[in-house]
Ligand binder design. Structure first.
Ligand code: AMP
Ligand code: TRP
Length: 351
């Protein structure tokens, strides 16, 4: 696949040969889902669910609170993300869908990992540096320890494969380091070494206003992103106003090299249409953005419109969403509890 950073698929033989393939990923319930989350994460969660492997998809509320969240917004965003998962094609009967706090084993294993990971490892995390900004002294301890909780999310299920966008690669590497150090420190072969699965045309969807910044739920400019909740007119307007250069589209993918904004729009088109950058260039090479952008908007509306309508419908019945999350959590706990118990045993902790 084009632009693949890490193309190991769950079928590949490899270092985790003794472990049953299992997929885990999570998204924070902050703001609305945006197109980067959808293309870089949720769409691929659905593909992995449909590949027949056991899949767990979490709403990581305990990660969200590493920066202050309005309590009412957090509850709403948790249910909205569950609705977004389901509306995008995750099936609660096939995948375990739950919010992290409903499985307390996540925080228990995270404490053990706080004692395994080294300060120096966490000091290197770029997401902490970005989020803490200049005033590091004022960042929460949770924000610093965030990657240890993320490692616990993953390793609590003996996860072998973690589908994420490119920005999460460093965190998965830390989870791998923790698994290896735990195994070495205690002379066991207990945790698998999880593989990031970062593939497809849209592992890093960029802002529509600045081709050097990733599209993000937390960008102050709403024009920088497409939200899954945007209506058709808003989506068309955002693409129409998306920053581009004055040249027409090039004939080949190579011609996109120094044109980040153009490359971003083409990547989005390729990912939305399950196609490749080369195929998109074959169709639109030489055409002006004034022709390409409306087609891109139509494609986005055709894909996202039904998802957002279904999210609205699901949000009418919050009790049903809660029931689904409760059920997903109880199935997840059945896997997590014995793995946590064994982790305590290995460390000599009596429970
Ligand atoms: P977050 O919104 O930070 O909780 O991210 C949830 C998931 O979406 C993670 O797997 C991210 O890597 C992915 N993601 C977030 N923003 C983007 C983006 N702009 N492009 C591709 N993937 C993204
Ligand atoms: N840190 C991830 C993000 O910001 C979210 C996350 C938390 C996650 N735990 C995870 C992703 C475990 C994959 C696996 O996007």
């Amino acid at each position: 696949m084009t632009d693949a950073v890490q193309t190991q698929s769950p079928q590949a033989d490899a270092p985790n040969a003794g472990f049953t393939p299992r997929v885990f990923s999570g998204i924070q319930p902050t703001n609305h889902l945006q197109l980067g989350n959808y293309l870089g994460a949720v769409k691929r969660f659905v593909e992995m669910q449909d590949s027949g492997i056991e899949t767990l998809y979490c709403i990581v509320d305990l990660h969200a609170i590493t920066v202050w969240q309005d309590p009412a917004d957090l509850s709403r965003a948790t249910r909205e993300l569950a609705a977004g998962y389901i509306a995008s094609g995750l099936d609660p009967a096939k995948s375990m869908l739950f919010n992290q706090a409903r499985v307390p084993e996540h925080t228990q294993l995270a404490w053990l990992f706080n004692c395994v990971a080294r300060m120096g490892w966490l000091n290197r995390m770029t997401q902490f540096k970005d989020k803490a900004g200049k005033n590091r002294e004022n960042a929460s301890v949770g924000l610093f320890a965030y990657p240890n909780l993320m490692a616990a999310d993953i390793l609590l299920y003996h996860t072998t494969h973690v589908p994420v966008g490119e920005d999460q690669k460093q965190h998965i590497e830390l989870a791998r380091d923790i698994a290896i150090k735990f195994n070495n420190d205690f002379g066991v072969d207990f945790f698998p070494v999880p593989e990031p699965v970062i593939e497809g045309a849209a592992t890093r969807v960029m802002s529509l206003r600045d081709g050097s910044k990733k599209m993000s739920k937390s960008d102050p400019s709403d024009m920088s992103r497409i939200n899954l909740t945007d209506d058709a007119d808003t989506i068309a307007k955002k693409f129409r106003k998306a920053k581009t250069d004055p040249e027409p589209l090039p004939d080949t993918a190579d011609g996109l090299t120094d044109r980040p904004e153009a490359r971003n729009l083409v990547n989005i088109y390729a990912a939305l249409s399950d196609s490749t950058v080369d195929a998109v260039m074959g169709e639109y090479g030489g055409k002006a953005f004034s022709e390409f952008k409306p087609k891109l908007a139509d494609l986005a509306v055709a894909t996202l419109g039904p998802i957002s309508a279904e999210m609205d419908r699901l949000m009418q019945d919050p009790a049903e969403i809660d029931r689904i999350l409760e059920d997903g959590a109880s199935r997840a706990r059945a896997i997590a509890a014995p793995i946590l118990k064994r982790s305590y045993d290995i460390m000599g902790i009596l429970i």
